[in-house]
Design a protein around this ligand. Structure first.
Ligand code: SF4
Ligand code: FES
Length: 340
């Protein structure tokens, strides 16, 4: 018989949640949701040993636990700190945390080019979101940014090392999901960079997933580069019978054309069902997919600005008065349509 896992209570920004013992503060915060959830640039729930590298998830622990209520003197990386019974944590309500997050954002942007206008990741970049919320308007650094040439690592993936924040997600993914890792972080400190061994191409069946886990635009899809801004495309849930992966994907369409295929991400931008290279890069004919319908994108994302979803789906997300109005308009539209 399996042993029962002990549950513990933790309070984050005044909201209490109950989680199994051993859960990190970050995962506990995700069970609460909203403002209580710290941002995460390197942690990725489906990759073992991720986290602890970027420091964006720092939080203030104002009470260690019921057993030892002393506050923790330093800010803690919530992705790597276990929740304790009776622990009290401040995220969005902590001045110290917000100040530190500003510093971390400034640090991440030290070498990162401000090239969002030409970057394919714009609109779905976690660093872009972070800098909107916590970034400075100007840079204080007087030093030149370190720069690298762009590199085609394999037939499908473009590496723009200038944008890399060395979160190591792509390396962990290649280690844990593909048969053989062919790239890694070479050198140390300021010289550290992502590179393939002896410029070997990344061709493994599942290697395309590094594009989805990369929080910035350092790894992009060569079959999609510069074809469209993501917010001009329509994301559709679709699936196909694939012998290699689950075949569950999102098709990013413009008109009847599939411009890009990605795995499905949750609200924290994380993939739980990775897809193979064939689905991602080589299956761009609409007839090859069973299209389920529009994918709901959170209204906070710039991608949702083109309102491609059906009114029924929108109705669920707005207040009941407006919902009634929309339903009426919808009924009228259905009637009018029959008259056309
Ligand atoms: S290339 Fe992307 S996923 Fe890989 S370490 Fe750099 S930022 Fe992280
Ligand atoms: S997300 Fe916790 S250190 Fe990066």
């Amino acid at each position: 018989m399996s042993e029962e896992v002990k549950k513990i209570k933790i309070t984050i920004d005044g909201k209490t949640t109950e989680v199994p013992e051993g859960t990190s503060i970050l995962e506990a915060a995700r069970t609460i949701g909203g403002q209580a959830v710290p941002p995460a640039m390197c942690y990725y729930s489906t990759l073992e040993n991720s986290g602890g590298r970027c420091r964006t998830c720092l939080v203030e622990v104002t009470k260690g636990s019921d057993a030892d209520p002393r506050p923790m003197p330093k800010l803690m990386a919530s992705c790597r700190t276990a929740a304790m019974d009776g622990m009290e944590v401040k995220n969005a309500t902590s001045e110290r945390t917000l100040e530190a997050r500003k510093g971390v954002t400034e640090f991440l942007l030290l070498n990162h080019p401000l090239d969002c206008p030409v970057c394919d990741q714009a609109g779905e970049c976690h660093l872009q979101d972070l800098s909107y919320e916590h970034g400075l308007e100007t840079t204080r650094t007087e030093f030149e940014r370190r720069t690298f040439d762009h590199d085609d690592i394999g037939p499908y993936i473009k590496l723009n090392m200038n944008r890399c924040i060395l979160c190591a997600r792509c390396v962990l993914l290649a280690n844990q999901l593909t048969e053989q890792r062919e790239h890694g972080i070479l050198f140390r400190g300021e010289k550290a960079e992502i590179s393939t061994y002896l410029n070997k191409a990344l061709e493994n069946d599942f290697i395309g997933n590094v594009i989805d886990v990369c929080p910035v635009g350092a790894l992009t899809d060569r079959t999609f580069r510069f074809q469209s801004r993501v917010w001009f495309t329509k994301p559709m849930n679709a699936h196909r019978n694939c012998p290699t992966c689950s075949g569950k994907a999102v098709l990013w369409m413009k008109g009847e054309k599939i411009l890009r295929v990605t795995a499905r991400k949750d609200i924290y931008g994380e993939v739980h069902d990775y897809i193979c290279n064939t689905c991602r890069f080589e299956t761009k004919e609409v007839s090859a997919w069973n299209i389920e319908g529009p994918r709901h994108i959170d209204r906070h994302s710039v991608i949702s600005t083109n309102h491609y979803e059906k009114p029924e789906n929108m109705v669920k997300r707005i207040d009941s008065e407006s919902a009634k109005e929309i339903s009426k308009a919808d009924e009228k539209w259905e009637k009018d349509k029959k008259l056309l």
